[in-house]
Design a protein. Structure first.
Lengths: 358, 505
């Protein structure tokens, strides 16, 4: 019989090693999954993890995609990490991300066809505001009516999706689009286009903001009293109250930051990679970012690496679908396994396995 | 001629980092009250859990009535005639007494028969208890009776009691002792766990003393002095805190007609609290747990806002001030719950220092934390208050109870509070740490601070407080000079008796 015994101190070794262990276990389980689907397991893993970066034919296209996809994931996950550290569970980043895109994109479209360099910054600003305001709904409800932010923020995702469908077919529909749903292409409207800043790298404004958000989060958690208060609230809410932390302020701050960053991710996506506001531009980044935040241990640098890894599974997954006809669901399953193994391996940080019978 | 009921031979149990029991052997005779004495962490609970079937020893054996006995579970132990009353009750507040009792029985009779049984047992052992009452409405003493009666209904041969008096008033203690003596006279053996020496000397026939997992001695407590017992328990003689003669100073903190509503649904609301706290004085507030102690601390620390009434620091009204504002005025506090309230378990000592010391030590400027200074202050606290930890980078929960308590109290005292409020300063702390904490509090009063100590340990309050009051259902008794009080009067104050009745005593 194995049993778990609580460690007196969290293990420093396992804090770093559990994500690595989780990735290894996912690779093993993924190989088993792919082979039961009748696909060559090692070949599948190679296509997912190796080919996007180094395959002579695909790498040229795939490599820049890495940053394109990691950018929004980093932005959203960094925002979520604030709340998750404080025990404020924003599950609705997807909604904030969508509304950021809709508001920011809508503002940009209002300028069309006027050309000016101020259009893009204004669109970005309104994208941030849109995400922020959408996140304020659960904040207000939580502070004044003590509602549960998990449920409210999650349900607001479905509201946001309905809004998205509505505007892409009505308010923001491209008048020259021959009745097809979807807005004008913001990426082809020069003033609002979020193009690569260095050709062939995928490095766009969203990536710059993502890196800034990593530095910002790192600074707040290492040096600033707000980061300390966030952590204290998550670790011991009663102690935080005793220390004089205002819990409402923490809720506001955490959801405000994650809403803003998710909104930014939305506007960068819709003016860049996606181009159009359509009912399916969002690709679920707001949910995937939850995995990224935990995979990165809620640490800014960890999130940066986790987002790159997750982006790789996206791109590699597409390649595998294309080359081996792997079903799309199996790739999602593969990503889900990563979170599953991470959470399972997490126990090793605070517990050690012993063989003794109690 | 005494007959051996339970024989323990060479019981050992070790956990990965600690040896809880090492080669412990002693006997419990039929019809005796046997004390198990030791400090926190001496191995008492592990040993008792072994007897009750919750822990399997690594080596050693037990004989019950000369027959091999090794229970695999508590229900086997109960079948063999062993019952246990835990220190922390396992009762459902929303259920009635009878329902609670039937839940703990192997084969409960129907409710009306059970109620009859409960009444007859409670009558014959002098433990008044109404079976139809909801447990939520009972006092701690009454809840303990529920647990005791639950055990007695099984007619045990051995009753184990874990620190039973820690939640009782002196009067309730007397009732309990009578019950235990009656049980003894009927031939039931009792294993009585405690660290209160006087209790053991009056009640128990034999005492086995444990220290650091080993048996030190089995002796007859009535023939051993309290000092000798204490020395066996601790392993060295304890420095008893020195009470210096102090001149009480002017009023520092005055509390006038404070009423509050607890934010915890099972909490107690404070009603009409009025008292003064003087410089150079220790005011002790006694009372049975759950009578508003946590709320009293919260209202003074600023975590809980008063509904009405006033708190004044000198001439300044601080009723509406938040915890951090009160810290600016050097009104500091240390709540009872170490892990989760006065300290965050998973954060380092350095981070825990920042929690309350950031203002007085100027550890934060423009929102930026000065970790170097915080570390330096933490190290000062650790050194000055002899907190044993490998490093200040260790997380709070890795410290033993006593060391963590020295840390949280030291963290506040090192900031030189003008007013210091502390709840249960030595709860669950070993004797030497407790003595050093009490000494630190006395020294702080010598320097002119006003100190309010809320405690359930009467001996502690009698030892170090200048004046005494008791909390009962959120009301505060009259405040009286400690040295003029008798145990009887204290008991009445804790039971909520008014002034008139007090003067009759």
């Amino acid at each position: 019989m194995f049993s778990f015994e609580k460690r007196p101190q969290p293990s420093k070794f396992w804090i770093v090693f559990t994500p690595i262990l989780a990735v290894i276990l996912t690779l093993i389980a993924g190989a088993i999954l792919f082979s039961t689907l009748g696909k060559p397991p090692l070949e599948s893993l190679k296509i997912i993890f190796w080919d996007p970066l180094f395959h002579p034919n695909y790498a040229a296209y795939s490599r820049p995609q890495l940053l394109v996809k990691a950018g929004p994931l980093i932005l959203i996950a960094i925002g979520l990490s604030f709340g998750f550290k404080a025990g404020v569970w924003n599950i609705g980043a997807e909604g904030q991300y969508i509304i950021g895109a809709v508001i920011g994109g809508g503002v940009a479209l209002a300028f069309y066809p006027y050309e000016s360099i101020i259009v893009f910054p204004i669109a970005v600003l309104f994208g941030a505001i849109g995400g922020f305001l959408w996140a304020m709904i659960p904040v207000v409800l939580k502070i004044y009516f003590k509602t549960n932010e998990i449920l409210v923020s999650l349900m607001l995702v479905y509201v946001a999706e309905s809004v998205l469908i509505s505007v892409s077919q009505g308010l923001l529909r491209n008048p020259d689009g021959m009745g097809f749903p979807g807005s004008r292409n913001l990426n082809q409207y020069t003033s609002s286009a979020n193009n690569e800043l260095i050709a062939g790298t995928g490095f766009h404004w969203g990536v710059i903001f993502a890196l800034l958000s990593v530095i910002f989060a790192y600074f707040i958690f290492q040096k600033h009293t707000l980061g300390y208060q966030v952590k204290l609230t998550g670790e011991a809410p009663k102690a935080a109250k005793f220390a004089g932390v205002n819990p409402n302020l923490i809720v506001f701050f955490c959801l405000g930051i994650s809403g803003t960053l998710a909104g930014l991710a939305g506007i960068f996506e819709v003016t860049g990679q996606a181009g159009q506001i359509t009912s399916s531009f969002n690709s679920g980044y707001g949910f995937t970012a939850i995995i990224v935040a935990f995979l990165g241990r809620l640490h800014p640098v960890g999130i940066l690496l986790a987002a790159l890894l997750m982006a790789l599974t996206y791109i590699g997954g597409e390649l595998a679908q294309f080359q081996l006809q792997l079903p799309a669901a199996s790739i999602q399953l593969f990503q889900g396994m990563l979170l599953f193994f991470l959470l399972a391996a997490d126990i090793l940080v605070n517990y050690k396995v012993s063989r003794k019978i109690i | 001629m005494t007959k051996k009921l339970l024989e323990l031979a060479g019981i050992s149990k070790s956990y990965p980092e600690v040896i809880a029991n090492s080669d412990i052997s002693f006997n419990i005779n039929t019809g005796e009250i046997h004390a198990l004495l030791g400090e926190n962490g001496a191995g008492k609970s592990t040993l008792v859990k072994t007897i009750y079937g919750l822990v399997k020893p690594d080596t050693g054996k037990m004989l019950l009535n000369s027959k091999q006995y090794m229970p695999g579970s508590p229900s086997e132990a109960r079948k063999a005639g062993i019952a246990m009353v835990f220190q922390h009750f396992s009762l459902f507040e929303a259920l009635s007494v009878a329902e609670n009792i039937s839940l703990g029985m192997e084969s409960p009779p129907n409710q009306s028969k059970l109620a009859k049984n409960i009444r007859s047992v409670s009558k014959s052992y002098g433990l008044p208890l109404e079976p139809s009452k909801t447990v939520g409405s009972l006092s701690a003493g009454e809840r303990q009776r529920v647990e005791i009666i639950r055990c007695l209904l099984q007619e045990p041969k051995l009753l184990i009691m874990d620190e039973p008096t820690s939640v009782l008033t002196p009067q309730e203690v007397q009732i309990l002792f009578k019950t235990l003596l009656k049980l003894k006279s009927e031939g039931t053996s009792i294993l009585y766990i405690s660290h209160k020496l006087e209790e053991i000397r009056t009640l128990c026939d034999t005492a086995t003393i444990l220290r650091l997992g080993k048996k030190v001695e089995t002796c007859i407590p009535k023939k051993t002095s309290a000092a000798e017992l204490a020395e066996m328990m601790v392993g060295s003689s304890i420095q008893i805190p020195q009470q210096k003669k102090r001149q009480t100073g002017k009023i520092l903190l005055s509390v006038e007609n404070i009423c509050s509503k607890s934010d915890n649904p099972f909490g107690t609301s404070l009603s009409d609290l009025t008292f003064d706290l003087n410089a150079c004085e220790i005011l002790g507030v006694g009372g049975v747990a759950g009578n508003g102690q946590d709320e009293l601390l919260s209202i003074l620390s600023g975590e809980l806002m008063a509904k009405s009434g006033q708190i004044k620091l000198g001439d300044q009204i601080i009723t509406g001030d938040k915890p951090s504002a009160r810290r600016d005025y050097c009104v500091l506090s240390a709540p009872e719950e170490r892990l989760g309230h006065s300290a965050a378990p998973n954060m380092t000592l350095i981070e825990n220092t920042l929690m309350t010391a950031s203002q007085s030590q100027q550890l934060i400027s423009n929102g930026i934390i000065d970790w170097e200074r915080t570390k330096a202050f933490t190290e000062k606290v650790v050194k000055k208050f002899d907190v044993r930890t490998p490093s200040v980078e260790n997380v709070a929960r890795s410290l033993s109870g006593g060391n963590l308590q020295k840390f949280v109290i030291g963290r506040e005292i090192q900031q030189k509070p003008k007013v210091f409020i502390v709840n249960q300063p030595t709860w669950g702390v070993d004797a030497s740490a407790a003595a050093s904490i009490r000494q630190a509090l006395l020294t702080l009063a010598d320097y002119g601070a006003a100190i309010l100590i809320i405690s359930q340990d009467l001996d502690e309050l009698l030892e170090i407080s200048d004046r005494f009051a008791a909390l009962n259902e959120g009301k505060l008794s009259e405040v009286r000079r400690t040295r003029d009080l008798t145990m009887d009067q204290i008991g009445l104050m804790m039971g909520g008796k008014k002034k008139l009745e007090l003067s009759d005593v």
